[in-house]
Design a protein around this ligand. Structure first.
Ligand SMILES: [Zn+2]
Length: 501
């Protein structure tokens, strides 16, 4: 049984370190046998860092189903376009590729073949490719149990699905490939720099201890039964900036216009915009505001940090909740204000390590009878009046049943870690991760700056902490996995980071 695969991706190539990494992961106990495999042969020892950015439109046609909830909502138009943005980094023959989408989520079944195509095009390993989503709730419902159930009903009733007039998953994979190809063509020698701004006052932990002893998510604004938040917020707003070398030398470090793109990360749900139109929410506003400073060709790649239990709702304040414009402008303002404090990512040393661990499922296993019942609960939700958590549990059990069929030995969870230099690293995690887990990775990482991105390559449920599993409420109801899955991701990420250091 191959429960754990460790994949040293770049010329890290130090077999001793790989062996140590393998040993540490085996100690998790929850895992078991493992295989270490060296995917990429030794490359040139160094070389300058280069980067390329590109973006493509991925807005679905009007009339597509709108995602972000548990019912069927039909979109009524396009407020602003949805984008997929590609960032390609390269040094000494080593490559790292990130494709970020203005989507709610991207599923493993779609990203795995797409990553293979992209990796083959750039002659690299699939493990050096991340396809992720900003968790944009102003985006289409295009995969998963809800889509499948409503799509099947439409086909039964109409013989064609009026809400899916194009092959959207094909559009996505084609455009991802196009964006990466364009970013690769535009790739130029760069200087990277990083600043971690502190963003106070926007992110709120949305889980609360209540007077009746329970923990509730989103209990309602000014609910008198709130005692205190059940968890922290992460105020880090890292900004990783790439500036053309030639332009920088002529224009000076602080000169605008030479910056080609950047990655920023904030741990707060991209679920602000609301309504039934498609739109990129605050990451779109952030890009528009940063372009005012860096120029119209600048591409802002925004990634959601570990924001499973974090949103923008000021539950304990009479102050109105911020809207997507206020949030995008505030984030841009904090980034630009802190820009002079950025530090160069000097002596870049790009390397990537990845590991896939298998997490056990929650008990009991979902039977076929329950699976069929769960599908009916979702399909007939307008007539059966199912309560919210009944609907969420039905949705989870559809996933749970389908996952067990596909992955009977446990759900694969892939973690990728990217070293930029001795001080800075990135971590990419699947699913919606509770904030404390991301903060635990940062706190114990051997790197000064550790940037943690969620919703990478796969997502459909929340990954709570062990403590939150005991507390219950919405996020825990969504999760198909057993308690400990979050801590497993933390341990895996830290092991990869330690090995990269
Ligand atoms: Zn979410």
């Amino acid at each position: 049984m191959n429960l754990l695969m460790i994949r040293p991706l770049t010329m890290c190539g130090d077999l001793m370190r790989i062996a140590a990494l393998t040993g540490i992961l085996v100690m998790f106990g929850i895992l078991g046998a493992q295989a270490a495999e060296k995917r990429v042969a030794a490359e040139e020892p160094d070389g300058s860092l280069s980067a390329g950015f590109a973006e493509v439109d991925i807005t679905p046609p009007e009339g597509w189903r709108h995602g972000g909830g548990y019912g069927e909502v039909i979109s009524t138009g396009v407020h602003d376009s949805l984008r997929a943005k590609a960032m390609v980094l390269s040094q000494g023959g080593k490559t790292f590729i990130l494709v970020m989408n203005d989507l709610l989520s991207v599923p493993e079944g779609l990203t795995t073949p797409a990553r293979k195509r992209i990796a083959a095009n750039l002659n690299t390993s699939v493990d050096n490719v991340v396809i992720a989503a900003t968790h944009n709730h102003g985006s289409p419902e295009y995969w998963g149990p809800l889509r499948d159930i409503f799509h099947a009903r439409e086909l039964r009733l109409q013989e064609e699905d009026r809400h899916e007039r194009i092959d959207y998953t094909r559009l996505l994979t084609d455009r991802w490939e196009k964006a990466v190809g364009e970013a690769e063509r535009r790739r130029v020698e760069v200087d990277a720099s990083i600043v971690v701004a502190e963003q106070l006052g926007l992110a709120q932990n949305r889980r609360f201890h209540m007077r009746d002893g329970s923990v509730r998510f989103n209990p309602g604004k000014l609910n008198p039964n709130i005692i205190r938040p059940a968890g922290p917020v992460d105020t880090d707003l890292p900004f990783l900036l790439f500036q053309k070398v030639s332009s920088r030398r002529t224009a000076g470090v602080s000169g605008g216009g030479a910056v080609i793109g950047a990655l920023s990360i904030f741990a707060m749900h991209t679920a602000v915009f609301g309504g039934t139109e498609f739109g990129a929410d605050f990451p779109g506003v952030l890009q528009a505001n940063l372009q005012k400073h860096f120029g119209p060709d600048f591409i802002s790649v925004f990634a959601e940090g570990t924001a499973g239990d974090i949103n923008h709702i000021r539950a304990r304040s009479e102050k109105p909740n911020p809207d997507s414009i206020e949030i995008g402008e505030t984030l841009a303002g904090a980034i630009l204000e802190n820009l002079p404090q950025r530090r160069p990512v000097d002596e870049p040393d790009l390397a990537v390590l990845a590991a896939t661990v298998r997490a056990p499922y929650r008990q009991p296993a979902v039977t076929e009878d329950r699976y069929l019942e769960a599908k009916k609960i979702i399909e007939n939700q307008l007539s059966n009046g199912a309560a919210f958590l009944t609907l969420v549990a039905a949705w989870r059990d559809c996933h749970h049943y389908e996952y067990r069929l596909k992955f009977p030995d446990g759900k694969p969870l892939e973690v990728q870690a990217v070293r930029l230099n001795r001080d800075s690293a990135l971590v990419f995690l699947p699913h919606e991760i509770f904030v404390e887990l991301g903060m635990a990775i940062k706190a114990s990482s051997p790197f000064r700056n550790t940037l943690v991105v969620s919703l990478s390559n796969d997502v459909d449920f929340y990954i709570p902490t062990r403590r939150a599993f005991e507390e219950g409420s919405y996020e825990i109801t969504t999760c198909s996995l057993a308690p400990g899955c979050g801590e497993l991701l933390v341990e895996t990420a830290l092991t990869l980071l330690t090995s990269l250091k």
